[in-house]
Design a protein around this ligand. Structure first.
Ligand SMILES: [Zn+2]
Ligand SMILES: [Zn+2]
Ligand SMILES: [Zn+2]
Length: 338
């Protein structure tokens, strides 16, 4: 008799139409890795050497204002530049390139160097949400900007070069691959079922409850059935809305609340400031309506079984398909218990 909690199986991600291999029996194998807790690093509220702290100077000599709330500036080492001329290159249908104009910004969540979303007050995160809305609207209004990606890299393990609480916004002309895969799947689902994939999925998870981690009146957080990262979660809006600018005031508060609760739960899991990459997927800003889009956030944390043991996507996962050991249900249960 097949046992979903023990036997190897594949799970399908209907949002990207990709598969993940789940091998729950492998959690029984002996573990040789290190398990010790890292030394807890305490950060000061102000760091004179931090290029994001108020009043400090950044690369190129620009000095930050003595900001008291959120602070937004164009990235000094931007991957995209607004004035990039339009160009297209193609040879034999094999060598294809196109120019990509865009804007890269940094959003400091707070003037205080040693805060994180988990430690901030929900009322202060609400100001960050308002800043995201403004940025999504103003960047999206530019006819050269077709998609606005807001994301946060938290922790040195995820390549975040600075602990100061901040996120990045990369806004470009093209729809990048991850949202493009989701858009195709959302459109196909809508066409086939005359409904929204994520509205249906949120309802299903809510009634199943096995993978639910957090909930409030406006958002639901689950370990997705098809999660790749051990403690991956997805924050799904309960109402069918395509983007941040369609939120009511209560929904903005709701997002602030659930982000705080999810990140605080992560911190409690291994008793460490939990590293992750987090970002929003929402409606492109290419001028079309995109009624198929349903706002959500993904948290991709690398930690596997302690503050120091991380998951790598290597070998089979680079060459074949991603794989995980603990099931999404077991991960959700761990997260609910802390
Ligand atoms: Zn700082
Ligand atoms: Zn929906
Ligand atoms: Zn997504």
């Amino acid at each position: 008799m097949f046992d979903w909690n023990q036997d190897p199986h594949r799970r399908f991600n209907p949002l990207t139409e990709e598969w993940v291999l789940v091998s729950p029996h492998r959690t029984d194998r002996p573990w040789q890795g290190q398990m010790e807790k890292p030394a807890v690093e305490t950060q000061p509220a102000y760091d004179p050497n931090c290029y994001l702290c108020p009043g400090n100077s950044r690369a190129g000599g620009v000095r930050n204002p003595t900001y008291t709330s959120t602070f937004v500036f164009d990235n000094d080492f931007a991957a995209l530049k607004p004035g990039t001329p339009v160009a297209h290159f193609e040879q034999s249908g094999l060598l294809i390139a196109e120019s990509e104009p865009g804007v890269c910004r940094v959003v400091c969540f707070s003037p205080q160097h040693n805060l994180t979303l988990a430690k901030m007050e929900a009322a202060d995160i609400r100001i960050v949400v308002d800043t995201w809305v403004e940025q999504y609207q103003s960047l999206g209004a530019d006819p050269n900007i077709g998609y606005v990606q807001i994301f946060e890299n938290r922790g040195a393990m995820m390549g975040a070069s600075n602990p100061h609480p901040h996120c990045q916004i990369w806004a470009g002309r093209a729809l990048p691959d991850e949202p493009a895969k989701e858009q195709a799947a959302l459109l196909a689902w809508r066409e086939r079922n005359k409904s929204c994939l994520l509205c249906e999925y949120a309802r299903l998870e809510e009634s199943a409850a096995a993978r639910t981690v957090e909930a409030n009146p406006h958002f639901l957080t689950v370990v997705p059935f098809w999660a790749v990262w051990p403690f991956e979660t997805m924050v799904i809006a309960r109402r069918h809305m395509g983007s941040l600018d369609q939120f009511t005031a209560e929904e903005r508060d709701g997002l602030a609340d659930i982000l705080k609760r999810v990140t605080a739960r992560y911190d409690r899991l291994f008793d460490v400031s939990f590293p992750y990459s987090m970002g929003f997927h929402q409606r492109p800003t290419d001028g079309a309506r995109h009624d198929e889009w349903h706002f959500h956030a993904h948290f991709y944390p690398p930690l596997l079984r302690s503050a120091t043991v991380r998951k790598f996507l290597v070998g089979y996962e680079m060459l074949a398909t991603p794989q995980r050991d603990i099931t999404a249900e077991a991960a959700a249960e761990r997260l609910r218990s802390v």
